[in-house]
Design a protein around this ligand. Structure first.
Ligand code: FEO
Length: 179
């Protein structure tokens, strides 16, 4: 059984993951409108991933006798002035999510809830991966600067990254962008 404090903090995380999904969905739509096919594919994929993070939490809360709460969400930002601004926002958002996960892990320790603590280890390593990926992308964008040719190559590059990460998370499937 979950303590009220753990249940409440897990539910706060449900909302954060749902908002992350919306934020990345809005980013994907912005990029698609700018003709950045690779970037938008990558962001649609990230948005889907955030939704799976949310669902995993919902299932866990309900399985442990709590009640997972689906709430209204804050509206995501829909306009960006540049790709750099967008990926800076994405990176900062992932740092924020990591901080929230760390806080959640701390709550499970305070409450001596070791099975929730164990369940959250998956999120701890996932955050590390997402932070690293966002940082790698941001470094590339900073290298490219305003170079249009570089941007074109980057857009193709990120499409490959999406295909590889989709294949890694679903080993049986053939990534469509590699066909
Ligand atoms: Fe599920 Fe990227 O935080």
């Amino acid at each position: 059984m979950l303590s009220k404090k753990v249940e409440h903090t897990l539910n706060e995380q449900v909302r954060i993951e749902a908002e992350s999904s919306q934020i990345y969905l809005a980013m994907a739509s912005w990029a698609e409108n700018k003709g950045l096919a690779g970037v938008s594919e990558f962001l649609y994929d990230q948005s889907d991933e955030e939704r799976t993070h949310m669902l995993k939490l919902i299932k866990f809360i309900n399985e442990r006798g709590g009640h997972a709460i689906v709430t209204e969400l804050n509206s995501p930002k829909t306009e960006y002035t540049s790709l750099k601004e967008l990926f800076e926002a994405l990176y900062n958002h992932e740092l924020f999510v990591s901080e929230r996960i760390n806080n959640l892990v701390g709550v499970t320790l305070d409450e001596k809830d070791y099975s929730t603590h164990n369940f959250l280890q998956w999120y701890v390593s996932e955050q590390l991966e997402e932070e690293n990926l966002a940082k790698t992308i941001l470094d590339k964008i900073n290298l490219i600067g305003d170079d249009k040719g570089g941007l074109y190559l980057f857009d193709n590059d990120i499409k490959q990254m999406t295909a590889v990460s989709a294949a890694a998370s679903n080993p049986g499937a053939t990534p469509t962008s590699l066909i």
